[in-house]
Design a protein around this ligand. Structure first.
Ligand code: PMV
Length: 349
């Protein structure tokens, strides 16, 4: 029997508080603006991936939640190619290493949350895929190095290589080598931060982020202003708010960012609607909570789907969870999950 080499890892979902929306290079997934995310708990929302290789496998395969996926797409191929070439370089400098770079790969991934429902499933998915193969190949690469590869699978995946608070620096080089993720602060920096996820719909989103971004870039005039003026200002405010654990600024920028991103979706022609009536009801509940508290103690954000993520601090969890339960609890198809921000630790097999 031919030997089977394998390694496993998990990668967490990250939710952007300064949004990535727009590619300046669609092939390399180079963004039109920088972004910031918070990586949610490893335990609650994650992709678990095992990467294996063996001469007994006939071709590269990928199973996601037990169903076979097409691996011939340019994004998956780019990740395989880059990781194989790093492994091949290791093998040529150390001839005693097994020649894994030339063996077919078998990837098996499981999500414990709805796939493609605006819960950043592709982010966790590509981050886990890249790290599992990097572990299998015993690459000495840092999370920032791997982020450059994961980015080519799905832009936001580059931020899921870290725990805590993460910035994706847009970079300026044409080859994308400086378009990487860096840690702004570990989760332990702000131990009271919490998130509540409202799963409004577990259905697949209507317009994929890749095609949505392209139509926005091509048709929205608001988008230009967002990329050039709004996001640079929000990046600065958000980075400082995280450094200073200033929830009021963190919350205000998070909500204004989400609104700005969805405004450019509405300004896209034809318009893209990711929010629905339940999403808008969630926004009103957050406004109620903040009115009652007399300051910003809760903040909503929505990605490319109707599901809400609500950030708050532990000391306000009674107020936030209580109001959400009474306001939205009776609506169909609604489900809340309490998530702590945690470090992304590696689980190797
Ligand atoms: O990485 P993609 O192609 O799935 O795009 C993600 C886009 C948003 O989730 C809407 C924003 C973000 O920064 O994650």
């Amino acid at each position: 029997m031919a030997e089977v080499y394998q390694a496993s890892t998990t990668a967490p979902v990250n939710i952007a508080v300064v949004k990535y929306w727009g590619k300046r290079d669609p092939k390399l997934n180079l963004p039109t603006n920088s972004s910031v995310s918070v990586t949610l708990s490893q335990v609650d929302l994650r992709t678990h991936t095992t990467a294996a290789c063996s001469s007994s496998f006939s071709e590269d395969t990928l199973l996601l939640n037990s169903s076979p996926q097409d691996v011939s797409g340019a994004r998956t191929q780019a990740c395989f190619r880059e990781l194989r070439s790093l492994r091949a370089a290791l093998e040529s400098s150390n001839p005693s290493l097994p020649k894994l770079s030339s063996l077919p790969l078998r990837i098996v991934s499981e999500n414990n949350f709805p796939t493609a429902a605006g819960l950043a499933s592709s982010a966790a998915g590509f981050a886990a895929l890249v790290r599992a193969i990097a572990n299998l190949y015993e690459l000495p690469s840092s999370p920032t190095d791997l982020s450059c590869i994961a980015r080519q699978g799905s832009g936001s995946a580059c931020r899921s290589l870290f725990g805590g608070y993460v910035a994706w620096q847009m970079g300026s080089k044409v080859d994308g080598s400086d378009s990487v993720a860096v840690e702004l602060a570990p989760a332990s920096h702000w131990p009271t931060m919490r998130a509540l996820i409202l799963v409004v719909s577990a259905e697949k989103k209507g317009v994929s982020s890749t095609s949505g971004m392209q139509i926005t870039v091509g048709t929205s005039e608001l988008f230009q202003r967002r990329a050039e003026v709004v996001v640079p200002k929000h990046m600065e405010l958000m980075t400082k708010a995280i450094q200073e654990r200033d929830f009021e600024t963190f919350g205000k920028v998070t909500m204004m960012e989400s609104n700005s991103f969805h405004a450019t979706c509405l300004d896209t022609f034809p318009p893209i609607f990711y929010l629905n009536d339940v999403s808008r009801a969630a926004i009103r509940v957050v406004e109620d909570i903040n009115r009652k508290a007399g300051k910003i103690v809760a903040a909503y954000t929505f990605d490319a789907g109707p599901n809400a993520v609500i950030y708050f601090e532990e000391q306000n969890s009674g107020l936030v969870a209580g109001l959400f339960k009474s306001a939205l609890g009776s609506l169909d198809g609604w489900q809340g999950r309490d998530i702590e921000v945690q470090e992304a630790t590696d689980v190797d097999a």
